[in-house]
Design a protein around this ligand. Structure first.
Ligand SMILES: *[C@@H]1O[C@H](CO)[C@@H](O)[C@H](O)[C@H]1NC(C)=O
Ligand SMILES: *[C@@H]1O[C@H](CO)[C@@H](O)[C@H](O)[C@H]1NC(C)=O
Ligand SMILES: *[C@@H]1O[C@H](CO)[C@@H](O)[C@H](O)[C@H]1NC(C)=O
Ligand SMILES: *[C@@H]1O[C@H](CO)[C@@H](O)[C@H](O)[C@H]1NC(C)=O
Length: 462
């Protein structure tokens, strides 16, 4: 009887969270469409906009002529994220890209694995056809070659022209994997790469050590790879396979899960391919080459095993938190301050226990360590890389404490906020939004450099 009641509660929970996520997805999608429509109408009725665009074009050309060598700051999105050009005029980073002279926002697919994203990111910057590597592609059952970037967004990228990266959530781990690939000279035809191509990495709510939310959403805690039969992620899996199978081009231009290299379109795999994917015999969900397995604690340990913190790169991370302790019990720290999409998850994650009959993901695992969270990630996971071994780190309370910045150390700071406070909707964070991105961009431009300090963007103009 009790068991029946629990199953019933679980089904209700699944129904509610699916509904909340669907509604939020629909809300984002329709606001992107509405934004696009109103922009198109504006442009149609108001020719003065044209002048503005021309002006911007000139300044960009001028900059190239002047040989301005301001290194770009690359903003890397997380799970379900998107880059510039997707979802119309909507910005994943809430418009933060406009706060500095030279910012790039690549689109790396919203559910693809950390490995595949890192490969994409390299070619997005350097140019050329994405090469996922022969061995990896064969193992994971996708094409070795992907999208072609006719011209890289920063083709001069090398050790003398290094880049700043800012990653949100899984995006931070993507950048770490990319830096390791550069150190390992993992790109065919680019034998010169080194870890020093990366000048700094800033992590906003970065997923360094995985999250217990993956288990709440449906990953098996036993292996951190496979899905439970009935869960939110199963619904998501089916939705993605069907979306990719129908392959409606205008929709996919608008929003893409990034699985084009798996050939899941009806044109390529037919009806039997669809059945095969749905049954779990083919596609990214069968081979585990998608992002969720990389975000479990086990998956992160596996990834981290090969990732180094390098001595000439600057590291900074912001760990977000929306929980507090009341009489020894961890609970959400606010009701109105947490996005409705995340509220139930903050509560669930603060109560989460690793099943007692399953062996814990690492030696010394304690549920208490993982209770503080921001609704998507556990706060401990966002501080600095710590599993399987701890990397050099330093807690920052006041910004002035840690200057001058030293490379090779993870500076980290706790921020009161949920997982999506600093993305999508700038108004939610209010003045905090500007403060955090200002300090990130300032640090990149002023404090994190090798050899001579670069010129600040506002010094050029005023
Ligand atoms: C037309 O554009 C200008 C500047 O871009 C703006 O100030 C004005 O309000 C716009 N007019 C309409 C009708 O949108
Ligand atoms: C996907 O399709 C392309 C051609 O469109 C082909 O070259 C490639 O080998 C296919 N990949 C897989 C994994 O079937
Ligand atoms: C490697 O770097 C050297 C100079 O440092 C350059 O001449 C050469 O073209 C580079 N090779 C590749 C494959 O990029
Ligand atoms: C997180 O990962 C790093 C390695 O990247 C490891 O040193 C650290 O102990 C991990 N922390 C936890 C809480 O798992």
């Amino acid at each position: 009887m009790i068991r029946l009641w629990i199953s019933y509660l679980q089904l209700v929970e699944l129904f509610v969270s699916s509904l909340v996520h669907l509604l939020y997805g629909f809300y984002i999608f329709s606001s992107a469409v509405a934004g696009d429509l109103s922009q198109a109408l504006n442009e149609y009725f108001n020719k003065s906009n044209v002048n503005v665009e021309v002006k911007e074009g000139v300044s960009r050309a001028e900059r190239e002529e002047n040989g301005d060598d301001l290194p770009p700051i690359v903003l890397v999105h997380g799970i379900f994220g998107f880059g510039q050009g997707r979802l119309g005029a909507l910005s994943y980073f809430g418009g933060a890209e406009k706060m500095d002279e030279r910012v790039l926002v690549p689109d790396l697919g919203s559910l693809t694995s950390i490995y595949d994203r890192a490969r994409e990111l390299f070619y997005y910057l350097k140019g050329g056809q994405v090469d996922y590597g022969e061995e990896h592609s064969t193992t994971c059952g996708h094409s070795q070659f992907g999208r072609i970037y006719e011209r890289g967004h920063y083709p001069e990228w090398d050790e003398d022209h290094p880049i700043h990266f800012v990653g949100h959530s899984a995006g931070a781990q993507v950048v770490r994997v990319l830096q390791q690939m550069l150190a390992d000279k993992a790109f065919k035809g680019h034998e010169n790469t080194t870890e020093n191509w990366v000048l700094s990495i800033t992590s906003l709510s970065g997923a360094f050590n995985g999250t217990t939310r993956t288990y709440t959403d449906g990953m098996h805690p036993e292996d951190g790879r496979t899905l439970k039969p009935i869960c939110l992620l199963q619904l998501c899996r089916i939705g993605v396979i069907v979306y990719d199978w129908f392959d409606i081009s205008w929709l996919k231009n608008y929003y893409n899960f990034g699985f084009d290299h798996f050939n899941m379109s009806w044109k390529k795999m037919g009806i039997w391919g669809l059945v095969d994917c749905l049954l779990g015999n083919a596609g990214p969900f069968a081979s585990g080459d998608w992002i969720l397995p990389d975000l479990t604690i086990q998956g992160s340990i596996k990834l981290n095993y090969n990732l180094n913190t390098f001595p000439n790169t600057y590291y900074f991370s912001y760990a977000t938190k929306r929980t507090t302790k009341i009489m020894g019990v961890t609970v959400p720290s606010s009701i109105l301050g947490i996005h409705p999409l995340l509220f139930i998850r903050v509560l669930q994650m603060s109560q989460w226990r690793f099943p007692p009959d399953v062996s814990p993901p690492y030696k010394g695992y304690k549920d208490e360590d993982w209770q503080d969270n921001d609704g998507a990630l556990n706060t401990i996971s966002m501080t600095y890389p710590l599993l399987p071994i701890e990397h050099p780190h330093c807690l920052v309370e006041k910004e002035s404490d840690c200057q001058p910045l030293q490379p090779g150390i993870w500076y980290y700071k706790f921020v009161e906020g949920d997982h999506i406070l600093f993305i999508i909707n700038r108004e939610r964070a209010g003045v905090q939004f500007d403060l955090i991105y200002d300090s990130i961009f300032q640090r990149c431009r002023k404090h994190a450099f090798r050899k001579k300090p670069p010129t600040m963007p506002n010094e050029i103009h005023h």
